[in-house]
Design a protein around this ligand. Structure first.
Ligand code: NCD
Ligand code: ZN
Ligand code: ZN
Ligand code: ZN
Length: 439
């Protein structure tokens, strides 16, 4: 039994100082003012801090199997734990890609053996695995790359997309128009590594065009459709308008699109190469406005680690992607401290909405009977984000040197403290696969 004492807990829209008693089954047993609770064998003092529902990050590339020089389930989950993330949904663009039920079963074993936070899986769509898509069970969503990104998953054919979107599964899309990307690659083939080359190749219009297409197909089938990494101001407009009449539509934004711009590539070079690309100030402003207006359903990291050797090549050879698991919550807490959003909004974006949109059982809120996945955060403490403190195997972050106010003090997964006092405190206890309602 664990007792978390005197943290501030969101109860019916208000932060109240409460203690949380966690049962041996890893679920929350009681929430009360401290004097009303008996003590437990293990006590965590959270006085002066907030107890938030553990973050559910719906977009993570754990790289296992096949790409374990970049990351694996242990290192990704350690980074998650240090970042207050209690649940991660793994992406299918591994080697081999997760596109059959048998391959998913293999991946389930790998995660069960190593992952110290809770986990779920996305299933990859190809042009010929519709039967597998129909058969697969307990997945977060079917991930469709409607534009190529890292890895070789890609589906652009209209008929195939209709079959996939009509499969009855939740669908998640990487939407950038493949033909436009390819044409721009040809056009700029001989450009030198300019800071904005990636943005020239993957412009706003490529994202806008493909998001419109995804929404049109999804609408036709009544698909539960989730748009990955919304990044362009045009997308924000399209999604916000579509949501008025398409209520099964959702979207995420990433921390790198909220905090960095194409100009960041001046310092970061090709470390900043990511799909969709970092964009302009106006786009970043549109994303923050979309958070304020409620168009954005969730923040997801798109944690996509690549090692330094891979990132330190010329533009054309550098794989796209940046890590984000360990830094998302501190960056967002800092934004709360700066008044860019409220802590209540943040909880919706990082826990409540991901749980609701993906039908996650027993998670997303701190309440009696829910799984005890909790992030204890200190809103007053300041910290400088540093490459050498990153637990991801890639060992770097685009936010190196950034000073933030608001840090993760401890992370509790299924009632166990797995991160505290700046360290992973338990890497033997493994997380559990989440259960999805529907799909
Ligand atoms: C991702 C990766 O590296 O797996 N890269 C990226 O730039 N975001 C793939 C993806 O999500 O598009
Ligand atoms: Zn993507
Ligand atoms: Zn050019
Ligand atoms: Zn991704």
């Amino acid at each position: 039994m664990l007792l978390i004492k005197n943290g501030k807990v969101l109860i019916n829209g208000e932060f109240l100082e409460r203690s949380i008693l966690i049962g041996n089954d890893g679920r929350i047993e009681k929430i009360a003012v401290d004097a009303k609770l008996k003590t437990a064998d293990e006590v965590l003092d959270a006085a002066g801090k907030y107890a938030l529902p553990g973050v559910i990050d719906v977009h993570v590339h754990c790289r296992e199997p096949g790409l374990t020089h970049k990351e694996d389930f242990l290192t990704a989950s350690k980074a998650a734990a240090a970042g207050g993330v209690a649940t991660i949904f793994d992406m299918p663009n591994t080697k081999p890609a997760t596109t059959t039920v048998a391959l998913l079963e293999e991946k389930r074993k790998l995660a069960a053996a190593k992952c110290i936070v809770n986990y779920g899986f996305h299933f990859g769509a190809t042009s010929d695995n519709i039967e597998e898509i129909k058969k697969v069970k307990n997945i977060a969503a079917v991930k469709v790359y409607m534009g190529s990104s890292t890895g070789n998953l890609l589906v652009t054919d209209e008929k195939m997309l209709n079959d996939i979107f009509g499969s009855g599964k939740r669908i998640m899309v990487h939407a950038e128009n493949e033909a436009m990307i390819k044409a721009n690659e040809e056009k700029h083939r001989s450009d030198s590594d300019g800071t904005k080359l990636h943005l020239k190749i993957r412009g706003n219009s490529a994202a806008a065009k493909e998001v419109e297409r995804a929404i049109a197909i999804g609408r036709k089938h009544g698909t539960r459709l989730h748009i990955c990494h919304m990044s362009a101001k045009e997308e924000a407009g399209i999604i916000s308008a579509a949501k008025k009449s398409y209520n099964r539509l959702s979207c995420e934004v990433t921390p790198h699109h909220l905090f960095l711009t194409a100009d960041s590539a001046k310092e970061l070079g090709n470390y900043a190469k990511v799909n969709p690309p970092l964009r302009q100030k106006e786009d970043v402003a549109a994303l923050w406005n979309a958070i304020a207006s409620g168009t954005v359903d969730m923040i997801a990291t798109d944690h996509a680690p690549h090692i330094r050797e891979e990132k330190e090549q010329n533009y054309w050879n550098v794989p796209s992607g940046v890590p984000g698991l360990q830094t998302m919550l501190p960056l967002m807490l800092d934004a709360v401290n700066k008044g860019r959003l409220t802590l209540q909004q943040l909880i919706k974006l990082t826990s409540e909405n991901p749980a609701a949109v993906f039908g996650v059982k027993g998670k997303g809120r701190i309440a009696v009977g829910m799984d005890a996945d909790i992030a204890i955060v200190d809103m007053h403490k300041e910290k400088t984000i540093k490459n050498d403190e990153m637990l991801s195997k890639c060992g770097w972050t685009p936010f190196d040197g950034w000073k933030v106010k608001g840090v993760v003090a401890a992370t509790i997964v299924n009632g166990k403290i797995i991160y505290g006092s700046g360290q992973i405190s338990d890497e033997k206890t493994k997380g559990k696969e989440v259960i999805f309602n529907g799909n």
